[in-house]
Design a protein around this ligand. Structure first.
Ligand code: SF4
Length: 317
């Protein structure tokens, strides 16, 4: 069940303008790049991107870049601080009459899950707490992708990464649970936070457009299918992203002033196994021996989440 869309209603209504040209050196089938492309479409130009070090570092390999926006590159831990600097500079220029208000820029931080949940969490927390007027896109590929797919705080229980391999002593691979970024954000009381999926571009654009009406931190996290890290074919990106929605492992939701609303509720959820089987990072759960207890625990976590949603949407904080 999908909620009614407010701004666009089908793919034909997606904005035509592209702020991200073809021809980046990122991996084929990168879900993070597609999420960025759609977010920039929704923002309609006048954007400054603040890029935390990570996979998207490759968006500007001097002197080339596919971005048709301004771009500031920062360390992994300091992108929100960089965004504060740009926002302050723009505000000062506008206040002094040196920049017409109509030429103001929307400041967009672009960061992976490693920069968001690990290295840059304190900088991000501070920026949200200060009420910085900015957009934040976390492309969540559930590991440190550009350095060889090491475990991050977003790596899901049961997945295999370069630093949490499946071994006889640790058959599940990653033992830790993924941090809940949406709830971490919600606990900071931002005006807007949402999860996004490249399998539902209409929902993605609708949410970004809705957020433009609000002042303050506007926070988005997109599941980013990562073919080399996940061990999946680049051509299967849409199918995998869609399975994440239909199995319920990646819920689509938004929180406006803390009040949560799911924008897609799968009526008949597909078994999580269908999603897991599309990726080599979960292959150890099926072969050489099926790990029933790990699979059961993973399915149970998804079921428990949706049982809770069915009972009641989470109350506002
Ligand atoms: S490693 Fe993954 S997230 Fe990074 S550029 Fe390649 S596909 Fe994208």
């Amino acid at each position: 069940m999908k909620t009614k869309r407010e701004f666009i209603h089908n793919l034909k209504e997606l904005p035509r303008d592209e702020l991200l040209a073809p021809g980046s050196p990122l991996c084929a089938g990168c879900g993070g790049l597609l999420a960025l492309r759609l977010l920039l479409k929704a923002l309609d130009g006048n954007v400054a991107v603040v890029n935390a070090a990570g996979c998207m570092t490759l968006l500007a390999v001097y002197p080339y870049t596919p971005l048709r926006t301004s771009w500031l590159y920062t360390t992994m831990g300091s992108a929100p601080a960089g965004a504060q600097g740009i926002r302050d500079a723009l505000d000062v220029l506008i206040a002094k009459g040196r920049l017409p208000r109509e030429e103001d820029l929307r400041v967009v931080v672009l960061a992976g899950d490693g920069a968001t949940l690990d290295i840059g969490l304190s900088s991000l927390s501070g920026a949200i707490h200060r009420g910085l007027d900015f957009y934040y896109l976390c492309y969540d590929n559930e590991a440190f992708g550009n350095t060889g797919f090491q475990m991050s705080a977003a790596s899901p229980y049961g997945s295999r990464t370069a630093t949490s391999p499946a071994t006889p002593l640790q058959a599940a691979g990653t033992l830790q649970q993924k941090k809940d970024l949406f709830e971490i954000w919600r606990s900071h009381h931002p005006p807007y936070a949402a999860t996004l999926s490249t399998a539902d571009p209409v929902d993605l654009v609708d949410k970004v457009r809705r957020a433009t009406r609000l002042r303050g931190p506007k926070l988005f996290t997109a599941l980013a299918v990562c073919p080399p890290g996940w061990g999946s074919a680049p051509s299967r990106g849409f199918e995998i992203a869609k399975l994440a929605l239909d199995t319920g492992v990646w819920p689509l939701k938004e929180a406006i002033d803390g009040k949560v609303r799911h924008t897609y509720i799968p009526q008949r959820r597909r078994p999580l196994e269908e999603y897991l089987r599309t990726q080599r990072r979960f292959a150890h759960l099926f072969s050489p021996q099926r790990q029933e207890d790990v699979l059961h625990r993973m399915q149970q976590a998804v079921d428990a989440y949706w049982d809770e949603v069915q009972r009641h949407e989470m109350p506002p904080r």
